[in-house]
Design a protein around this ligand. Sequence first.
Ligand code: MG
Length: 251
Amino acid sequence: HDMVSIKSSTDLAKMREAGQIAGRALKLAGESIKAGMTTKALDKIIHDFIVGCGAIPSFLNYGGFPGSACISINNEVIHGIPSHKKRIAEGDIVSVDVGAFYNGFHGDTCATFAVGKISEEAKELLKVTEESLYEGIRAAQVGARLGDVGHAVEEYCSSRGYGIVRNYCGHGIGRDLHESPEVPNYGKEGHGQRLVAGMTFCIEPMINQKGDGIKVLRDGWTVITESGSLSAHFEHAIAVTPSGPVILTQP
Ligand code: MG
């Protein structure tokens, strides 16, 4: 394994602050999102909030990404580019992924929001994906292994017939947005790296209604489902602590 950075309690306090800014930006996005709005307008709300907190949007210019948030609609899985040309519509599901860099550390969190009335099938996908994130978090105990986390997410979603995206996964987080280890949304119980106190990582199930296949659009960023089905994405950054997992990205 690459070196995993172990955070001190001082580091964790700072990570909570960065995480809280990301969490509040995400909450604001959920409250602001409405039919007729462009994804660029939503991105601006998120950008202005993060900057107003004295933080830097972690995703802006990351690998050349041209936005402060990834905004992915319906069959888009992740990495949707905010655009003046893209309008959010009634009945859409919209994943908003937000990162904030503050006082030396990053926070990274995502949720998929319903715009107005959505289908029962879409509601179920959002519910199961969000619940699977919490199943993964619950498995992130000192002495457990990364495979236990992935297994918890996978088991919860695959037993309901959904496809678990395998080409992308969660990641360590801290002074860098993406650190070791990789945190897959699938795995074998009792396998993989052992979890120790002070590890901080993002768990981020990306769950498709049908199949686990994905394609990347020609813009080089936007990942869509191969089947054309809906996809949902929820994420928190967490810390492994002796008293259990702590969510760092609460609003
Ligand atoms: Mg992430």
